[in-house]
Design a protein around this ligand. Sequence first.
Ligand SMILES: NC(=O)c1ccc[n+]([C@@H]2O[C@H](COP(=O)([O-])OP(=O)(O)OC[C@H]3O[C@@H](n4cnc5c(N)ncnc54)[C@H](OP(=O)(O)O)[C@@H]3O)[C@@H](O)[C@H]2O)c1
Length: 283
Amino acid sequence: MFKSKSKPVVLITGTSSGVGLHTALRFAQAGYTTIATMRDTGKQDDLLAQAKALKVKVHVEKLDVQKPKSIDACVKKVIRKYGRIDVLVNNAGAGFLGGIEQTTDADLERVMGINFFGVWRMTKAVFPHMREAGAGRIISVTSIGGLIGQPFNDAYCAAKFAVEGMMEAFAPLARRLGVQVSLIEPGPINTEFVASVRATSDLAGFEPPYAEILGKYMGATTNVFAEYGQTGDDIAAIIVEAATTDTPHFRYITSDFARQVVAPKVVDPTGDSVVEAFAARLT
Ligand SMILES: NC(=O)c1ccc[n+]([C@@H]2O[C@H](COP(=O)([O-])OP(=O)(O)OC[C@H]3O[C@@H](n4cnc5c(N)ncnc54)[C@H](OP(=O)(O)O)[C@@H]3O)[C@@H](O)[C@H]2O)c1
């Protein structure tokens, strides 16, 4: 894939924990110059300790995907120092639990800002360098929530659907210009994600009739993380595969469970079976 003799460079967003942290370690092990970005570099100790234990090097840089100046500064710095970005992994993301009535404009702007505008702006900042090189890979972590709408995930699913639409529209043109675009679509992953959803969503503030319906939904879904959850490293392995194979797919649904959840979308063009399946979890 890489024409030049210098080491390929990967830039990953959101590497303070979970999928991003493991993705940085795996790219470093695969011989990449690994730019592990995070919005709060005070959180780098875990990543650096794991890199040290594996005897690999990662380069931590500050990057907040909600801040355009932070994106531009980081991308410019990397290009100045290494002259190339071969792989961009849009991983940073955050969930939020709330229906339309529980989601404030500020919540919506935050969820769209992290999960969608961040991906758009990162891609826009990095793509010209790949286009000039005539090669590159852009890999974005969405979710089965980017394919299937789920109750109380209205804003999160809207943001992940937006990434899916953007990347499906972009992929053919990017490929024409030498750049491969891929989407990673996990189901549940056991990372810091659920704790961060709980910390940012006002679950105790749900009023009737929503409190009871949310309770039913949570009851019907709590086991999925324990029974079907993947690890951050499981997803990282798939991301590195998408970056290194000669023939990357556009879409990687990451587990049998995730494929099973998404299947009705593909086989029922009316969309009714998806709505019915989730409606059943609310009673
Ligand atoms: N866990 C799941 O069940 C699941 C399922 C499907 C898809 N996903 C997707 O997988 C990706 C990785 O999530 P994860 O499971 O690894 O969760 P995680 O452990 O919570 O990691 C999320 C990462 O995103 C970072 N982040 C949040 N806002 C940011 C911002 N404005 N700028 C830069 N970084 C930011 C977080 O940094 P801080 O530490 O500073 O908050 C953290 O490093 C996300 O895109 C998520 O939507 C997760």
